[in-house]
Design a protein. Structure first.
Length: 362
């Protein structure tokens, strides 16, 4: 990605309208516009009583407006492949829990009249029920970090660091010695490839590219490139839980992908108690949660992958004050976890130090 000072900023607005949430069940479109007066949708309107923004654990009452001149045999509510109903004449209640995924929830009312179906939808934004816990940490030690490394991805494996870097003509995948920050071996990307996040899966390392739509695959032992997958959209961060890959694209979404085909399995909408957390960048899987750098900030968020809720966060401003600032010094980015010892490593783009931290959570 370009440097923080030049990268195009963007925001993905969440529309409270008749729209489906990406990665969730797509609502059927309202077909009434092409019907005759004898073939109208029995459901005149559908809305959420109490507003479009609710919290996990809330009960959401869905109000239904019925056309008395075009009665339905039954009306069913659907949300994310769940079925509620038949509903009462004016609506019904949809329960949520702390395990309900956060973000846009598309609710569809399907009216059945004779052999025909009619649909209307509305969207409710579900926020986490609690604010994120602030994670305190202490710096145990620091290590040298190559100031030429525009860090895009980082992970720990078999006693060494692996780092993916960006910038056109300078992107590499490297195995790095922790003690002195020196490169053990590396693989260079093509001049027109802008390297992004990296992740280990099995004996392979996956490396995203920013706008090339290519995920490069390497042998973890030799760093020789062994394959490639194509994808649509931008690539930012990447991590794995050992069974599948998790990919960020700079929005509030994390895409879950099949490591064998790179096909999309699902998407996770990431929200905290204030709303969507956009600009998700470098990712790391730590003890069942996804840690993510928030681009252009000193914030790291801890995400529940089952719901997308931000459960905790870290303010890493103190680390920025501990590095040497030069014209090339850029933002916080880079999280690695040593699962054998519990060590967590943090760094940034062109930073001269890499930090080992200890948190107050395990």
């Amino acid at each position: 990605m370009p440097r923080a000072t030049t990268r195009n900023m963007f925001a993905l607005a969440v529309a409270f309208s008749l729209a489906a949430c990406a990665g969730r069940t797509a609502p059927a479109t309202d077909q009434s516009a092409t019907r005759t007066s004898e073939d109208k949708n029995p459901v005149v309107s559908i809305s959420s009583t109490g507003g479009h923004t609710r919290h996990q654990g809330d009960s959401i009452f869905i109000s239904i407006g019925i056309d008395p001149d075009h009665p339905a045999d039954s009306i069913i509510l659907y949300t994310d492949n769940r079925r509620f109903g038949p509903i009462h004449s004016t609506g019904d209640t949809i329960p949520t829990s702390m395990h309900t995924p956060v973000g846009p929830m598309t609710i569809r009312a399907t009216a059945y009249a004779g052999a025909k179906e009619y649909h209307r939808t509305t969207t409710v934004i579900l926020l986490p029920a609690v604010t994120p816990t602030r994670i305190d940490f202490t710096v145990k030690r620091s290590y040298p970090h190559d100031t030429e490394s525009y860090t895009q991805g980082l992970f720990w494996h078999n006693g060494t660091l692996y780092e993916g870097t960006g910038l056109y003509g300078r992107s590499v995948l490297a195995q790095v010695n922790l003690a002195d920050g020196q490169t053990i071996r590396h693989s260079e990307l093509e001049e027109d490839q802008f390297g992004e996040g990296i992740a280990l899966f099995g004996n392979s390392i996956y490396q995203l590219t920013w706008q090339n739509g290519e995920c490069l695959v390497y042998d973890a032992g030799t760093l020789a490139q062994t394959g490639r997958f194509d994808y649509t959209g931008e690539g930012w961060g990447l991590t794995s839980d050992g069974t599948q890959l998790y990919m960020s694209d700079g929005s509030e979404r994390i895409t879950v992908r099949d490591p064998k085909t790179f096909a999309v399995r699902q998407t996770i909408e990431v929200y905290d108690s204030e709303g969507p957390v956009r600009q998700l960048n470098e990712l790391e899987w730590i003890n069942g949660s996804i840690w993510a750098n928030v681009y252009l900030t000193n914030r790291i968020v801890v995400i529940d992958p089952a719901t997308g809720a931000v459960t905790a966060d870290l303010d890493c401003t103190a680390l920025v004050k501990m590095i040497d600032q030069t014209p090339s010094t850029d933002v916080l980015n880079g999280i690695a976890y040593d699962s054998l010892t519990g060590r967590i490593f943090l760094t940034g783009k062109n930073w001269n130090k890499l930090f080992e931290i200890e948190t107050d959570i395990k």
